[in-house]
Design a protein around this ligand. Structure first.
Ligand code: MN
Length: 209
């Protein structure tokens, strides 16, 4: 995938039916080919008119708000954030049956130290996701001081501008689950846990300096 303009829609790391039965292939297809692709297209259209930003990475566009022309600032931030969050969301899951259910390295230890045990971490994360009002994202992130935190961000916002590094994310916009689960966000979350790629999350954590 391109690190800067023109951005492209990264292919899914698995076939669109790989998350069945927990996330159906129609939801995955629409989510990737329409929602995520929509951010790619809109962002490229915006950057087409801003040559000075065409070398910026997604992270740079998200974190350097003041460098963006005021007229398109919010639109660029929305689309860059939306694209970045969706790429991470799909990367955080793995083919049904191939995840290992829980982390088992440095991240596992940090979760235990912070939340007491893995089940308690899952409970706090799930409750945060259930309480996230409206459309947004729930993250496991690492603060600048190295501590873990669980937070909800609205719309297309990410924890990056707060200096945090993201380890894991779940999309709680209704488009992520409504076709299969309708209003039952809790059931979607319960099943999403079964798809989490903990090896990927462990790598994200290991990469933090
Ligand atoms: Mn989404």
């Amino acid at each position: 995938m391109n690190e800067h303009y023109p951005f492209i829609l990264a292919p899914l790391p698995y076939p669109c039916d790989a998350l069945e039965p927990y996330i159906d292939s129609l939801t995955v297809t629409i989510h990737h080919e329409r929602h995520q692709a929509g951010y790619v297209q809109a962002l490229n259209e915006l950057l087409c008119g801003c040559p000075q930003l065409q070398g910026y990475s997604l992270e740079a566009l998200i974190c350097n708000k003041n460098e963006l022309p005021e007229k398109v600032r919010d639109k660029i931030q929305r689309n860059a954030g939306g694209l970045w969050a969706h790429e991470l969301y799909f990367d955080c899951m793995t083919r049904c049956g191939s995840g290992n259910g829980a982390p088992c390295g440095k991240l596992a230890k940090a979760i235990e130290q912070t939340y007491g045990c893995f089940a308690q971490f899952q409970e706090v994360f799930t409750q945060t996701a259930l309480q996230c009002n409206g459309s947004g994202w729930v993250w496991l992130a690492c603060k600048q001081d190295g501590s873990l935190c669980i937070l909800c961000t609205p719309l297309q916002e990410t924890p990056l501008p707060q200096g945090m590094r993201a380890i894991l994310v779940v999309d709680v916009w209704e488009h992520a689950y409504y076709l299969k689960y309708q209003n039952r966000r809790e059931l979607y979350l319960q099943n999403w846990w079964k798809l989490v790629d903990w090896e990927f999350a462990e790598r994200n954590y290991a990469d933090i300096p």
